[in-house]
Design a protein around this ligand. Structure first.
Ligand code: SAM
Length: 225
């Protein structure tokens, strides 16, 4: 595969847009189903909660979140790509359960009130974020006391085996992500690694794995209760 093709794939994964967007979204839904299901299992959304997701893509993998929130819950998707934001709104609103709002823009400028979220999830997003501390600081501010944040990422070994990641992906060791979470004020940080086998890309078998990282906002102090 030539450099232009690999650059094109990397750009589509960072922000699926235009002609190739639907094909990329379908491929992501297939390859990222397992990591997303694990991350959602860790988040464990409950009826009535207010949950935000950054980078839901076309929303197909977010159906179990909206389902779990029930009629009284609220889902807030934050999605940079116009095409993905539009598709996610259609798919998730059609479920007719929780209130679904989609913000089409950058997560660093998303309109979320302080101490409002019960939980936040982002799968395969952190590779596209330059200012990790800025993002985690914002998430710490958005979460209610003891609110949950869950991130799904692939390991550096798996990412480095994917030839397109050399074009713009931020590949970070787990320790760097955990340190940034801790420094943003989040606590109870834990990570679980899962070997997901292999997938075929450009006629090669490449390893697929998942790391699900969880963290919590600090408990309220007596003066905040
Ligand atoms: C690789 S896709 C992952 C989609 C889905 N979560 C999955 O795992 O299949 C990354 C998604 O994050 C979105 N995204 C990238 N940077 C973003 C940002 N700064 N703010 C909001 N969404 C962003 C992209 O548009 C894309 O839909």
């Amino acid at each position: 595969m030539d450099e232009a093709t690999l650059r094109g794939i990397a750009a589509q994964l960072a922000r699926p847009s235009g002609e190739g967007a639907e094909t990329v979204a379908a491929a992501m839904n297939e390859v990222n189903n397992a990591i997303t299901a694990r991350a959602i299992g860790t988040l464990a959304p409950r009826a009535g909660e207010f949950i935000a997701e950054i980078g839901p893509g076309n929303g197909a993998l977010s159906v179990p979140i909206v389902d779990a929130l029930g009629d009284d819950g609220r889902y807030f998707g934050i999605e940079l790509s116009n095409d993905m934001a539009r598709a996610a709104a259609v798919t998730l609103r059609a479920m007719g359960t929780a209130r679904v709002d989609i913000y089409n823009g950058d997560c660093l400028s998303a309109p979320v009130s302080a101490a409002s979220l019960d939980g936040l999830i982002a799968v395969n997003l952190l590779y596209f974020i330059d200012d990790l501390s800025g993002l985690f600081g914002q998430i710490a501010n958005w979460l209610k006391p003891d609110g949950r944040a869950v991130f799904g990422v692939r390991s550096p070994e798996a990412l480095n085996a994917m030839p397109f990641t050399q074009y713009g992906f931020r590949i970070r060791p787990l320790a760097e992500i955990e340190t940034a979470l801790r420094e943003s004020g989040l606590t109870n940080i834990a990570a679980a690694y899962h070997d997901e086998g292999t997938t075929r890309f450009a006629e090669q078998e490449i390893p697929v794995d998942s790391i699900v990282i969880e963290a919590r906002a600090r408990l309220a102090t007596a003066s905040q209760k």
